[in-house]
Design a protein around this ligand. Sequence first.
Ligand code: GLN
Length: 478
Amino acid sequence: MQELRRDLHDRKYSATELAQFYLDRISAFNDRINCFITVDEEGCLERAAEFDSQFGSSTTQPLCGIPIAHKDLFCTAGLPTTCASNMLKSFIAPYDATVVKRTFDKGTVSLGKTNMDEFAMGSSNETSFFGPVRNPWNLNRVPGGSSGGAAAAVASGMTPLATGSDTGGSIRQPASLCGVTGLKPTYGRVSRFGMIAFASSLDQGGPMAHSAIDVYELLAAMEGHDPLDSTSADVSKTILPESNQSLVIGYPEAIFDGLDKNIAGCIEEARAEFEALGHTIKSVELPHVEAAIAAYYVLSSAEASTNLARYDGVRYGHRAAESEDLIDMYCKSRTEGFGLEVKRRILTGTYSLSVGYFDAYYLKAQKIRRLVRDGFLTAFENVDLILAPVTPSPAFEIASLNKQPIEMYRQDLYTIPVSLAGLPALSLPCGFVDGLPVGMQLIGPHFAEGAVLGGGIAFQNVTDWHDQHPALEATLGS
Ligand code: GLN
């Protein structure tokens, strides 16, 4: 992205030519990879032409003329926002999400909206109403989810920048499976205004790109206090990457049990790289993380069940064509509008909130959430960052887990504890296993995005995993 900005500035090509380049790649490859739900060719070229006509006068925004793709849960005025659901397939929001507005104000040119798991529920992008996204490194594999469209679009060179959202791993896991870099910011760092809610106490928008430096630049365009989101934090702690020469990096060996041994090998090598950079590695314990998945699926489903109550065919969403009375209309609209996974979450979420079960499930899960968070905070008394895996295995085959919800949920083993604790974590490529990319996470204390990004940038200065790209032209033709 740095190169694109320099080239645009030096007028090697115009913003229109750059936008056209990405639109051409989208039309060459999107049919088979399926990472875009909506391509806004007209809007994109119009906006790029605006920059070209004003070149030199008002083109000082940091991301001026740089293409971007937004996950299809960020509201965009005038363009469909579907959340990859039949329920919202014809929804057009009357306003832009804060993330969309801020990135627009910083000069980005939007190419369109990316595919995702329905309502961001999933780890493989197979729950999308618009069909699965394919992994650009191997089309029979999943790209991860729920921001799988965003990750695949960056990996396949259909956009240099993408927005994603992460509730339990949805930025970090697809970034890892597609070989790109993505950051889940601290909860509250990025405004949720206009981002369709899944689990409000966990949802967080964030940036995805090839490198940590690009991720930083996009985060800088997105983040900051927003009076329109009451959970948005008003913090002075900056996201400026820190170039600390001697960090203490925590290494939670105990959680490596059950990890694919080749992935463990990649993380071991990354650990050695950090030592060679002058950092100290220190063993840390993260108590209670084994209970995190169970707690997350109780809490996130409970929140989803209330958030998704608004889709009743009246206030929002698909309405059944024929019904006998109001209740019948609600039932039919929701039955037709939601996919299986979303229904599963609504049912389990409603159950755990119901009288008689609330204490046994919801309340207990909240207690586990606190214990997981406290475990991280204790660990951060002795270390600056924590290095951990992102996924238990490389990208799995399409359709191999979609009938086994528990196995699918287990994919989030390493990402969910961080989400429950509300911490920032960067997922960045650190190797390949069987020709498929794998990533690692750098986790930081609350609002320590600067340290996390600094660590990632230092690693990418001495490695080139993030510079590897799938050979799409060769395998797919163009
Ligand atoms: N895979 C997790 C889930 O299905 C996380 C999804 C997310 O982060 N949006 O809930």
